[in-house]
Write a protein of this length. Structure first.
Length: 460
């Protein structure tokens, strides 16, 4: 029986543990905070739960345009945050029960590799929260310890006025005037959500548009919606510092000007949790940013030691982390495995409207590195979008010129996270635009725009 030690119980860790148990291994999962890790307890699950509440408000506020009289809405920040924490705790408990039922030994605590490689046996030093430390010998080690919000020396978080995204749910009241530092995915999501909640929001963006790493047309569309709804976006500027004042916070920008607010939210990326794991002494490579380099089957440079999730810097998505974890175990235990293909990964930004993408990007097409044709259909032409009065956005589809196979797509819509799936399926299964176009869709539906885009690509 193979012995597997998994350090970190987030999506990469618990999914890997389930696979390892299914394959008959003796599995120990060591997690510091709780089943599901930070993803479930303080990051992805809480933020998307909070955003779900803000989406309800957006629909209420915009219902008057459909002839429905909207009632005055009040927001109970304590109730919203209480629900956020309750659902996160419940999801963590569900994961713990599922993993335990699979026969996995869950240890709450910390672990590190010990410098011992006798007969290819890896030794892990386990320090439980309750109980005495002990050493665990195993055949396979999977490191999936995630990442932590990056902070700025000139803007230290205090959990009261200057916050990281993990500290938002401790507030008793919504911020009156929120300054969001950083316009990447996390910053854009929270800026969108708090704007919908009725807060005044200023978004500090170091680039000329929000979400600079996303499709340019999509990011510009979302940015226009933000401005239309009253968000103050400061483009091409950086926050030099943030400090508390008697009445709130003051953020100094790199041009010397200042922005005042009641609270500041710092969203400037993450730092991998690769310290205090014994990796250096064990000979596991770590790059200059602290990430653990891995290949397409999640192997590190040390045989038998794998890594997955945000600590690898591959793609900060729970879906990618989970797949990396599964792939690592399949490979380590001798199962047939297909390497991770990042091009086939669908990603979504939970702003309102949402922004989803998969496959080839517009920048690759423009640069000539992807020989594709494209069609963009605004949602203003979609009957379902008109009926629900959510016409801000579009569907964009790419196809390879040589074969007509769907190469990728971008969707900006209120439920883009659901709409991107048929495009992702087409990319993964190498469907042609003709096959996609000939698949019947519901009328009226937002997905009808996907089929229509495919039909237009057939005409080339």
């Amino acid at each position: 029986m193979a012995r597997v030690a998994i350090i970190g119980g987030g999506p990469a860790g618990y999914e890997a543990a389930l696979v390892a148990s299914q394959l008959g291994a003796d599995v120990t999962l060591i997690e510091a905070t709780g089943a599901g890790g930070a993803c479930v307890l303080s990051d992805c699950v809480p933020s998307k739960t909070f955003i779900a509440a803000s989406n309800v408000l957006t629909e209420i506020h915009e219902s008057t345009q459909m002839g429905v009289g909207a009632v005055d809405t009040t927001i109970d920040a304590k109730a919203v945050n209480s629900r956020v924490r309750r659902l996160a705790t419940q999801q963590s408990a569900d994961i713990a029960q599922k993993v335990a039922a699979a026969g996995v030994d869950i240890v709450y605590g910390r672990a590190a590799l010990l410098d011992n490689k006798i007969n290819y046996v890896h030794r892990v030093h386990v320090v439980p929260i309750d109980g005495e430390p002990y050493d665990l010998d195993c055949d396979v080690v999977l490191v999936c310890t995630g990442a932590t919000p990056r902070t700025l020396v000139t803007a230290p978080t205090d959990g009261e006025r200057i916050l990281s995204w993990r500290q938002l749910y401790d507030l008793d009241d919504l911020p009156e005037r929120l300054i969001v530092v950083g316009s990447g995915v996390t910053g854009a999501e929270f800026a969108s959500a708090y704007l919908a909640m009725g807060c005044e929001v200023t978004l500090i963006s170091s680039r000329d548009r929000v979400m600079p790493h996303e499709d340019a047309e999509a990011a510009e569309t979302v940015g226009k919606v933000f401005r239309k709804r009253g968000m103050d976006i400061r483009s091409n500027t950086r926050a030099a510092s943030a400090r508390r004042t008697d009445t709130g916070v003051e953020v100094e920008l790199d041009d010397g000007s200042t922005v005042t607010g009641s609270h500041a939210l710092i969203c400037v990326g993450s730092i991998p949790n690769s310290d205090d794991l014994g990796l250096h002494a064990y000979g596991v490579d770590i790059d200059e940013r602290g990430f653990i380099p891995v290949d397409k089957v999640s192997r590190t440079n040390v045989p038998g030691v794998y890594a997955a999730g945000d600590v690898t810097g591959v793609h900060a998505l729970a879906s990618v982390a989970a797949m990396q974890g599964r792939i690592a175990i399949w490979h380590a235990l001798g199962e047939a495995v297909r390497p991770l293909k990042l091009r086939n990964v669908a990603a979504n930004v939970f702003t309102d409207p949402e922004l989803a993408s998969v496959g080839v990007s517009q920048s690759e097409v423009d640069a000539g590195t992807a020989d594709c044709r494209a069609v963009l259909l605004p949602l203003t032409s979609n009957p379902r979008a008109k009926m629900v009065d959510r016409t801000e956005g579009f569907v964009k589809l790419f196809a390879w010129n040589s074969s007509g196979i769907v190469a990728g797509g971008v969707v900006v819509a209120s439920r883009a996270s659901e709409l991107i799936h048929p495009i992702a399926l087409a990319v993964e299964q190498r469907l042609t635009v003709e096959q996609l176009a000939r698949t019947l869709t519901i009328y009226p539906s937002l997905s009808g725009s996907i089929a229509e885009a495919a039909r237009q690509l057939m005409e080339y």
